[in-house]
Design a protein around this ligand. Sequence first.
Ligand SMILES: [Zn+2]
Length: 375
Amino acid sequence: MALIAAGTAVLDRQICRPGWVQTAGDQIVACGAGAPPGPPDSDFPDGIVVPGFIDMHVHGGGGASYTDADQIAAAAQFHLRHGTTTTLASLVTAAPDTLLAGVRALADATRRGIVAGIHLEGPWLSQSRCGAHDAAQMRDPDPAEVDDVLAAGGGTIRMVTLAPERPGSDDAIRRFRDAGVVVAVGHTDATYEQTTQALALGATVGTHLCNAMPPLDHRAPGPVLALLQDPAVTVELIVDGVHLHPAAAGAVIRAAGPERVAAITDAIAAAGCADGAFQLGTVPVDVSSGVARVRGTSTIAGSTATMDRLFREVAAFGPDPDASLAGAVQMTSATPARALGFEGVGALRPGYAANLVVLDGDLRLTAVMARGDWR
Ligand SMILES: [Zn+2]
């Protein structure tokens, strides 16, 4: 048993000052507003306790990459130190054999509890919106390959990003939905109509909205408007101040509401490292002033962000500090949990996993608890 008291605790959408959380083993057993029911084991009188972060789109960090079987644990450990207690590990576009090997390694890591599942970002993407992915390996979704990938994942593939204008994507969306996989629209040149068709077939997520898709045009509104206006869709936002102008991010958050916006890092191995040369899959990437770009181009190649930094960024939106704090909690935990169908995580609530982050008054991370253990 551990009793944690804090000057502020964000419990199940409510900001409590003060508040407390009681854990037993790897679970939260009680929590509430006001003084704790006994002498606390940990006391953070100036601290803010929030749910552990859920990153639904991340490729690596701390010099380690989720595409490399030997580096999965190190990447997860790096992001855990920055408050990510639930990770959907992303694989980039790759040749068929490489993709299957990557899926098998991450499926094993999922079964061992190192990550919470797999996000396939490609290979069924648009060459004209390839971003930092290897365009030469992009292909149409072939039913046999989809089945092979699903079999290799053994139920651990939680989300797939695809470009719905690719021939065969309608069938692929149905196949993934039938297998319980969340379908996301991204790295796409789809029209507004093609995107609404994908949503009608069951896609429910927009992958890093605004990035790797046509910009909103008032005569051809494209995927951005189709994704934003559908109340069933969750949109990912890389709120690092690089991928989106803060005013654009703020406008999306106001339009969709924090219940429909998931803050994601889209971090690559370079997160937490000094500037230098890195790889994203097979694509060489240079990081300068913390911004990753495909070598020799201006194309942004993922980020060097961590969830604790993104929490600070989104908590600074909006004029009302309490609403912004509640919104930041929502976008870094409850929204991604709901979008992915993860149960028992994403809030501080009895019966949920004892995953929490302690921030100081400047919203800097001071402690992380994952499954009941301080990390
Ligand atoms: Zn991407």
